[in-house]
Design a protein around this ligand. Structure first.
Ligand SMILES: [Zn+2]
Length: 274
């Protein structure tokens, strides 16, 4: 369950600072571990977060995010057009993560056999590259929709214990639906990866939403888009499946900023009641 308010938290935090440069920003999304933030600045404003440049669109659109283990304080530097840089310290709220034991996985999916390690390494690099496009087009600014609706069977950040062995945390949200259920593009985007069979991820599509913002769709049974293709928000792009490291059919959905996975539930409206 997500208890973070999605709107207002950041805007208010900045309003209280009452600094002219900061007041020139409006945004939604929590300043918290896993938080995804998107907003608008006065066009021509320059922004950086902890030394990383935040791309600002011609209409002032920007986005940034905080990783699961983000430190308690971040520095946001805002330089208005013809103004001087102002640094604001942001308090990044700490979150508590669930522990999720999963058993019954084939052992090769928990500890991959040595002969698969080269393949897994190459796939990891391709996925990483696909999530790091910094396209100068704010396709994320329209906001995100759920790519599939249904029961949430896994949340962001949880510590995973696979067949009794601790593994990397879960950095997406899982939606349990039968194989064949359509998967919709969460926002307008450009297809940067469309692979039918990655070792862990199975059938995978990655969309580029501009400014380093990406969305990823895993364990697909079918892919309906091609590399480089442009898609509209809510356009069907694939079908849910049970490919890769899974115990049953579901969609694993991720949102990232410059390759940092953020909590999709901080970027999405509440899951609709079914
Ligand atoms: Zn998942």
């Amino acid at each position: 369950m997500i208890l973070l308010a999605r709107r207002g938290v950041l805007g208010c935090a900045l309003c209280l600072l009452a600094a002219p440069a900061a007041r020139a920003l409006e945004w939604t999304g929590p300043i918290a571990q896993g938080g995804f933030v998107s907003g608008r600045a006065v066009p021509g404003t320059r922004i950086s977060l902890d030394g990383t440049a935040v791309r600002v669109g011609r209409g002032g659109e920007f986005a940034f995010g905080f990783g699961r283990d983000a430190r308690p304080e971040s520095a946001l530097v805002v330089t208005p057009p013809r103004g001087k840089a102002e640094t604001r310290k942001l308090s990044v709220a700490k979150r508590a993560w669930l522990e999720q034991p999963i058993s019954g996985l084939p052992q090769g999916m928990v500890t991959p056999p040595p002969e698969t390690l080269e393949r897994i390494g190459q796939e990891r690099e391709r996925v990483r590259a696909a999530r790091r496009h910094d396209t100068d087009e704010p396709l994320f600014a329209k906001g995100f929709i759920w790519p599939a609706t249904g029961r949430i069977s896994g949340v962001y950040g949880s510590r995973r214990i696979l067949n009794g062995q601790p593994r990397a945390p879960h950095l997406g949200v899982d939606v349990a639906r039968p194989t064949g259920t359509p998967v919709l593009a969460a926002a307008p985007g450009i297809v940067r990866l469309a692979e039918p069979d990655l070792y862990f991820q199975g059938g995978t599509v990655i969309l580029d939403h501009g400014h380093g913002v990406s969305s990823s769709y895993l364990h697909l049974s079918r892919i309906d888009v091609a590399l480089g293709q442009r898609v509209d928000q809510s356009q069907p792009i694939a079908a849910i499946g049970a490919t890769g490291r899974v115990t049953g059919p579901h969609l694993h959905f991720e949102i990232g900023w410059l390759g940092i996975p953020v909590d999709p539930q901080t970027a999405l409206p509440p899951m609709p009641e079914s």
